[in-house]
Design a protein. Structure first.
Length: 344
């Protein structure tokens, strides 16, 4: 089990990245991975900060694909990089975490938005010829989250991150169901961490929309906790259940999917209903935060919501959830979606 050795959250902590990398003795040659937009937000400034103490190479990527990963690995070998620093959103961080594993070097995660739980996880979502797949990678050796940078990102991204965390309520229920029915081994500690992360968000549901630094800190801590829970479990089980399978199904069925956390959140409302739990608590928390709770708010056709809930069983079919337990068909899916108000 590998966990981040340093987690730093606060205002203007981007300036501390050279110090952190030096204290961790990562080496002198660094490859900074960023995107076109995130280069302007943080990547360019980071490169300037590190130039005094490190040999710096910058690579901008467009998508989290196998091609991008290979390109980063090749560059890191060419320049003999000692470590990678990823500053950007989910795609940048996912590429860095898989590339660093393949290259056999450490990476530092510097998120520019708090939109999903991949900030500190060991799972990378990478696009290939068959679609998007989850790949086992390495968690970052350090996470440096500058609240000023994250605060400046669109609020929709923060709300999406909240939705991703709240959806852990049903991830955990699915895992416990699998233990009960399939005798699947669980990690009670990782389950407790996932539930704690969801509680952090729900308890701050009225504070988060105000956008204060304290609220942003809570969201970041919750997202990092989810990543740590996955590392402890050795899989994404404590953070990915029926609601994530639903989201992945939507990605396949829709030409223009919503954000990952938004889709998981809506999936979690229906999944909690199917579990017989308090789905209204999830829906109300999401509403207070300003995250989508309906197909209309996702801007996805109601028919596709039902189709995704049915076809979600085909996503990671080995992962037993409430969808398999109830053998969800079109009628059951439509009833769940209508009863919870996800579709009209």
């Amino acid at each position: 089990m590998k966990l981040p050795r340093e987690v730093i959250i606060g205002k203007n902590v981007l300036e501390r990245v050279p110090e952190v990398c030096g204290e961790l003795r990562l080496g002198k040659n660094v490859l900074i991975i960023t995107g076109e937009t995130t280069y302007r937000i943080a990547g360019g400034r980071l490169a300037s900060l590190m130039n005094d103490s490190f040999e710096v190479e910058i690579e901008k990527i467009g998508e989290a694909s196998e091609k991008s990963v290979k390109n980063v690995v090749d560059i890191s070998k060419k320049i003999k990089a000692d470590f990678i620093v990823a500053t950007g959103g989910g795609r940048v961080i996912d590429v860095a975490k898989l590339a660093s594993k393949i290259a056999g070097i450490e990476f530092v995660s510097i998120p520019t938005a708090a939109s999903h739980d991949g900030i500190a996880s060991a799972i990378a979502s990478i696009k290939n010829s068959r679609g998007v797949t989850s790949r086992a990678a390495e968690p970052p050796i350090a996470v440096v989250a500058d609240t000023e940078i994250i605060k400046s990102s669109p609020y929709r991204l923060l709300a999406s991150g909240c939705g991703d965390v709240i959806s852990k309520y049903t991830s955990v229920k699915d895992w416990m169901l699998a233990r009960q029915v399939k005798d699947e081994e669980i990690s009670e500690y990782s389950i407790a961490m996932s539930e704690m992360a969801a509680e952090i968000i729900v308890q701050a549901e009225n504070e988060i929309p105000q956008g204060g630094e304290a609220a942003i800190r809570k969201v970041i801590k919750a997202l990092i906790s989810c990543g740590v829970a996955m590392s402890i479990a050795g899989s994404s089980r404590p953070a990915s259940g029926s609601e994530h399978k639903f989201s992945h199904a939507l990605d396949i069925l829709t030409e223009k999917p919503a954000l990952h956390g938004e889709q998981c959140a809506v999936g979690s409302i229906m999944a909690m209903y199917l579990h017989g739990g308090d789905w209204r608590e999830i829906r109300d928390a999401l509403k207070n935060i300003g995250a989508p709770t309906t197909a209309e708010e996702l801007d996805i056709d109601s028919r596709l919501i039902v189709d995704a809930l049915v076809s979600a069983k085909k996503i990671k079919p080995h992962r037993y959830t409430i969808l398999e337990h109830l053998n969800i068909d079109k009628d059951k899916a439509e009833k769940a979606a209508r009863y919870t108000g996800v579709i009209e």
